[in-house]
Design a protein around this ligand. Structure first.
Ligand code: PXP
Length: 248
């Protein structure tokens, strides 16, 4: 395991392609587009070193077949976000992603709303972490920036913690400053314990410029903003191609 092994280089970009799958699933998966493997390859061309996918219990975006394809083709490191359930552990053991990031999951939520309570879920998580690590999968815990959660992640033997930035990006003024201080304290505590520091949720071009200043940050996972930018910056070319079809 790479725990404690530190490479002080640039910050790794993980691209979360869930929302490309959301667009496909809006039509019940009847369209072949967007092609997730193509999305993953384009992300790598753009500088992504990791592809992140969240296989949700309700399969609202990523499907089992996507996990199968992406782990087979492995255009980059594959980071599988999943709930701590026996079904998901079976999937991870089958498809063997490079990383598993344990996330909390509620059926009714629009997106992952908060961090995982690793401290409270220790008994459930411990055997799962052990089974996954035994076949070489590295473990990250998606948590709030709390020292208690960092320590619980360390005690379980995780390689990394991913701090939930979704609240911080929405805060303003003094509240934002307070949340930033929590992030800095939690990142420093994680680093002192030999945990890798990752961050993600709600990041866009502006907030990524700020999160870069988080001490010991090694990786960010970004999805929604990138898929939105792709629409904005790619629509003209798509329409031009369609217009050419009509004119030819
Ligand atoms: N990291 C984790 C653990 C997540 O659950 C998500 C959302 O699926 C992300 C990163 C990416 O968040 P966003 O789509 O808001 O960039």
């Amino acid at each position: 395991m790479s725990r404690g092994k530190k490479t002080k280089t640039k910050i790794r970009l993980g691209v979360n392609i869930d929302h490309a799958a959301t667009l496909r699933q809006v039509r019940g998966g009847t369209t072949a587009y967007p092609d997730l493997l193509a999305m993953a390859k384009l992300s790598v061309k753009g500088g992504a070193e990791q592809i992140t996918i969240h296989l949700r219990e309700d399969r609202r975006h990523i499907q089992d077949a996507d996990v199968k394809l992406l782990t087979r083709e492995r255009p980059a490191l594959i980071n599988l976000e999943m709930a701590a359930t026996p079904e998901m552990v079976r999937k991870a053991l089958k498809y063997k992603p490079d990383w598993v990031c344990f996330v909390p999951e509620k059926r009714a939520e629009l997106t992952t709303e908060g961090g995982l309570n690793v401290h409270k879920m220790r008994a459930v998580l411990a055997p799962m972490v052990e089974r996954l690590q035994r076949i070489g999968i590295e473990i990250s815990m998606f948590i709030e920036p709390s020292i208690e959660q960092v320590e619980a992640s360390y005690e379980l033997g995780a390689e990394a913690v991913e701090f939930h930035t979704g609240h911080w990006v929405l805060l303003k003024g003094a509240a934002r400053e307070r949340e930033w201080k929590r992030l800095v304290a939690a990142a420093s505590a994680a680093h002192d314990l030999g945990l890798r520091v990752h961050a993600g949720h709600g990041l866009d071009l502006k907030t990524t410029r700020d999160i870069k200043k988080l001490p010991f940050l090694e990786e960010v996972n970004i999805g929604h903003s990138l898929i939105c930018y792709a629409l904005e910056w790619g629509l003209q070319e798509s329409v031009a191609k369609m217009a050419r079809v009509l004119r030819s």
